[in-house]
Each structure stands twice: as C-alpha cells, then as structure tokens.
Write a protein that binds this ligand. Structure first.
Ligand code: NAD
Length: 411
C-alpha cells in the first residue's frame, strides 16, 4: 500500500472514531493548494535543463503550513501529498500552531554541482515566493536538501520580501538557525521513548535496542540512548549492519562513521545481514531510515516488544495489524518523530522574536512538548479504546477539525 493510501486509511479510521461529519471529513482530506512549477536552469556546461518542482499545502486551519522540501529523482505527487497531510496531523499532535505542507523537486542532487543546485533552488524559490510566507507556508530541509539549501531560499525570498529569516527553518545558525535543531528529531524520539517506557514501568537503561539507519535521526537517537545506559545491540545503514550482544560502543561507531563515511569495517561488533536486523531479538526496535520497511513479509518475525517509528511511515498497514495482534506496542511516526518540527517551530518563534534561546532552553521545551503530547495521545487512546497510532491520529484530526469548525464555513 503506498504512503497516500495508508495515510488516507488512517485518517478515515480516525474520522470514524471521532464521528466526524462527512462534509468536514472530505474538506480535511483535500489539500488546500497544490503547486507544480517548471524550473529551467543553465548547467555548468551552458546547456539548459528543466525540472519539475512541487509544493502541496495541505491545511492551514491551525496556522501557517509547515513541511520539508526534498530533492529526489522519484519525487512523486502522491507521496508529497501524503507527507503534506501527515504534517498537518503531526503539527496538531505536537500542538504547535501550524498546518501541514510538503514539497520537492524531481532531480538527483548527486548529479548536480553546488552551483547548479544553488541556481535550481533560486529558480524554484522565484516560482513559489508569493505562495509561501512567514505566516503562510514555512519550508524546511528534507531528503536531499540541507541547511545550505535553506540559506539560498532565505536569500532569494528576501530579495522579494525584505530580510526574512523566519521564511525557512533548519537554517545555518549564522543565519538564524536554532541551537539544538540538528539533534531535535533524534532527541524527540528519545523523549518519546522515555515517556512510553515509563508508562510500562521500564527505563532505557534496562533494555536492548536495535536501530535501522545511522543518519541524522538514527545517529542522534543512538548517541542519546547510549548516554542513558541503553544497550544498542545492532545498527544498520545503507552500507551494511553490525551487531554486538554486549552493546555497541556508539561513541566509537560515530568516530568510525565520521572517518570512513559508513558503518562498514567497524571492529566493535560483527557484521550481520541487514535483512536480519528488523527481526533481531531486542526490546525496542527503532526504524530511522525508509518507509515501508515493516511489511507483511517480515512483520510476523519481528521479535521487538516496542517499535518507535522514527522514520516516516516505516510500518505498512498490513504489518501494523500483524504486529498489533502479536502485542507489539508501536509508537507512531506522527508523534514519535515530531521533535524536528517542534524545534523548527522554536526556530521560527526565535526569528520572529529576534531573540536566540540557549540550547538547554530548546531541549527543555522540547521535552515538555513531547511529554505533554504523549499524555494527550494516551488520553485519546483511553477515550476511544484504540491503539497509540489511532490515539495520535484522533488527537491530530480532532484538533484540526475543531479549528476548522471554529473558523466557520461562510465564504
Ligand atoms: P539521513 O539521510 O540523514 O539518514 C538516513 C539513514 O538511513 C542513513 O544512515 C542511510 O544510510 C540509512 N539507510 C538508507 N537506506 C537504508 C537501508 N535500505 N537499510 C538501512 N539503512 C538505510 O535521513 P534522516 O534525516 O536521518 O531521516 C531518516 C528518516 O526519518 C526518514 O524517514 C525521514 O523522513 C524521517 N524524519 C527525519 C526528520 C529529520 O529532522 N531529519 C524528521 C522527521 C522524520
């Protein structure tokens, strides 16, 4: 099942649990605006090349729309649509005053030079500058984009609208980025894990962990779990997987990755088949890489007791059903990985205030938001006698529906 079908299915299930009126259900599902633009740039050799850029602005009932911009050869309007919708529910679950959006350009950033990427980003910004805005739609980095991409968008947007640091988040610190943003998604995953485990009378230091993906999210989550005394017994990235039943020394693994660029050749454990990683015996499994990795082929073999969805939609709906029947507790993506967008919100607040917070304040506020959101999700689970996924969906959808109704329907 593709990402859009899975997201729509979860939304419809939540709408049924909430008893939403069909008119409002339909209005919440249809995106506010879908933008498709052609971006032509001269390559370094002088030839012209064209790309298609997308921005789906899903909903703005609770505030400016918020979501990443990805550069990827397979940027597909359906997936962008699903991710924009997920952002609407995610910002509502975290209770930050935003709606949801997502965008991208169908290109392979690895095939473009730095100056070509800069030209492409500037042309894309020129095409959409009057449809985004500090109080309209605030982009952020995603797959294939980074703080530098945000700096170019800021600069290009500011040519039309004056100096506007709050137009994007995930910026370099020197241009108004927030301290703690880099670690925020992984840190939020760890705060979410602590809240869930506490509910079950457990703590990180007593448990074993398996982590798929060792990029931004996976490496920060691993580092913070390791610091808290959790035993990480297997880790993978695109180059391979490593395991050590006594616990991998994550500080050593981070140095190895920094010097070699991958996990391959790490001596602090033995290499393992990456396909085995997701079904490795452990207490907590944290997928931090791709969507759809837990599916009907492997779900029955999963041995973890808890799954923390740090990646976006790592669990297919079929796998969700199989895992729930097995009693596996799944902390859903729209809550578990909301730490990134929460600190993006803090970045936007700091830019609007013109005042920079220190990192301790950022982390302390992030913990407060993640812990409060967990309690809110649990309350919805109790009211609707449902899973954590449906608890999160009903929480998010209900908040957006309430805001929509309060704003009224009159044109
Ligand atoms: P990243 O590009 O920094 O890291 C991705 C990691 O996954 C890399 O280590 C890569 O080697 C690994 N990987 C790729 N294919 C793999 C495979 N087949 N098997 C094992 N590992 C594989 O990306 P990221 O920013 O860490 O994002 C990871 C996930 O978290 C994505 O699903 C993303 O959408 C989601 N997410 C990220 C953020 C954020 O702030 N970065 C926020 C919310 C959600």
């Amino acid at each position: 099942m593709n990402a859009l079908a899975a997201t729509n299915r979860n939304f419809r299930h939540a709408a049924r649990l909430l008893g939403l009126d069909s008119k409002i259900e339909k209005s919440l599902l249809i995106p506010f605006r879908e933008i498709k633009v052609e971006c032509t740039i001269p390559k370094d050799d002088g030839t012209l090349v064209s790309y298609v850029g997308f921005r789906v602005q899903h909903d703005n009932a609770r505030g400016p729309m918020k979501g990443g911009i990805r550069y990827h050869p397979e940027v597909d309007p359906d997936e962008v649509n699903a991710l924009a919708q997920l952002m609407t529910w995610k910002t509502a679950v975290a209770d930050i005053p935003y709606g949801g959006a997502k965008g991208g350009i169908g290109c392979n950033p690895k095939d473009l030079s730095n100056s070509e990427l800069e030209r492409l980003t500037r042309v894309f910004t020129q095409k959409i500058h009057d449809l985004i805005g500090i109080h309209t739609d605030v982009p952020a980095p995603d797959m294939g984009t980074n703080a530098q991409t945000m700096a170019w968008i800021l600069d290009e947007y500011s040519k039309f609208h004056g100096h506007s640091p709050a137009i994007v988040t995930g910026k370099p610190i020197d241009l108004g980025g927030s301290l703690g943003r880099d670690a925020a998604t992984g840190r939020g995953v760890v705060y979410a894990t602590e809240a869930l485990l506490a509910e079950h009378g457990k703590s990180i230091r007593d448990l074993t962990f398996v982590i798929q993906g060792f990029g931004n999210v996976g490496s920060w989550a691993a580092k913070l779990i390791h610091e808290r005394g959790g035993r990480i017994i297997a880790v993978s990235d695109i180059t391979g997987a490593v395991r050590n039943s006594n616990g991998i020394d994550i500080t050593d693994l981070l140095s190895h990755k920094e010097s070699t660029g991958s996990l391959k050749g790490f001596h602090g454990g033995e290499a393992m088949d990456p396909n085995e990683l997701l079904v490795h015996d452990c207490d907590v499994l944290i997928p931090c890489a791709l969507g759809g990795v837990l599916n009907r082929e492997n779900a029955a073999d999963v041995r973890a007791k808890f799954i923390i969805e740090a990646a976006n939609h790592p669990t297919d709906p079929e796998a969700d059903e199989i895992l729930s029947k097995k009693g596996v507790i799944i902390l859903p993506d729209i809550y578990a990985n909301a730490g990134g967008v929460t600190v993006s919100y803090f970045e936007w607040v700091q830019n609007i205030q013109g005042f920079m917070w220190d990192e301790d304040k950022v982390n302390e506020e992030l913990r407060r938001y993640m812990t409060r959101a967990f309690q809110n999700v649990k309350n919805m689970c109790k009211s609707h006698d449902c899973s954590l996924r449906m608890g999160a969906f009903t929480l998010g959808v209900n908040r957006v529906a309430r805001a929509t109704l309060l704003r009224g329907w009159e044109a």
